[in-house]
Design a protein around this ligand. Structure first.
Ligand code: SF4
Length: 254
């Protein structure tokens, strides 16, 4: 077990070095190794694939793996340390709700309360989301809630592009397994991550987008509603539109 821990530590150090060099724009990985016997460091250049700055035999590289169920997927990735957030999280936050949900809500990342509980959208923002769902005639066990990142960024800072890139395959697999009819992106960062855009949230509202073929609507994050009352009405309008499209698509299917 100790040997495995040592190996993991070496993997983590190597992976972080690769990520740092990728961040610096290096196309090659520069490895410096000091030989025993005190010789000068030898330098070896290796082709660096900047799209996967992670080790090939890392057990959590599962981008192309399809799972039978959310439970099996969760079990396979819950020890993930593919980015540095894996070493600072308290709890891994996979998602919550019905595996057969037709409506899926997606936020950006766990916050402090979510990190402590291991569940997305708890605390005041989560309570407000529950109230919104109730007003829509829904409850948490009828829908599914997840974040792009499964681990909390320290201090609730914004997720970094590399963190979202490394974590996005996990969300895509959740969506593949759940097969929601419609997706709702909660907040600017979730919308930007899912739609790969920097368009302001206000301009992304009032229209339907697609994520991997699934219709997607954008609205404000519940935490923003706690700070700005003025967002409550437009959010409710977005939820009405979401329900309308969901019912329309359901009718077409039946
Ligand atoms: S945020 Fe995602 S990629 Fe990073 S360690 Fe957590 S699960 Fe892995």
């Amino acid at each position: 077990m100790a040997a495995n821990d040592d190996l993991r530590e070496i993997y983590d150090l190597a992976r972080r070095a690769m990520e740092c060099q990728a961040d610096l724009g290096h196309k090659e990985l520069i490895c410096e190794a000091r030989e025993s016997g005190g010789e000068q460091p030898s330098t070896q250049a290796t082709e660096l694939d900047t799209t996967t700055a992670i080790l090939e035999d890392d057990p959590v590289i599962l981008e192309k793996t399809e799972f039978e169920s959310l439970e099996k997927h969760r079990a396979a990735i819950c020890e993930c340390t593919n980015c540095t957030l894996g070493s600072t999280r308290t709890k891994f936050v996979y998602g919550v709700g019905s595996p057969q949900a037709k409506i899926m809500f997606i936020g950006e990342a766990p916050g402090r309360d979510e990190d402590l509980k291991g569940e997305p959208f708890v605390g005041r923002a989560g309570k407000l989301l529950d109230d919104i769902l109730k007003a829509m005639g829904l409850s948490r066990d009828q829908i599914y809630i997840a974040n792009i990142l499964k681990c909390r960024p320290p201090g609730n800072r914004d997720p970094q592009p590399d963190e979202m890139r490394l974590c996005m395959p996990f969300l895509k697999e959740q969506i593949r397994l759940i097969k929601p009819t419609v997706i709702c992106a909660l907040g600017r960062i979730a919308a930007h991550g899912l739609l790969d855009t920097t368009t302001p949230l206000g301009k992304l509202r009032n229209q339907w987008h697609r994520f991997e073929g699934t219709p997607l609507i954008v609205t404000y994050h519940p935490a923003a509603l706690l700070r700005f009352q003025k967002y409550k009405r437009p959010t409710w309008e977005d939820m009405q539109e979401l329900l309308k499209e969901y019912e329309r698509l359901n009718e077409n299917e039946s």
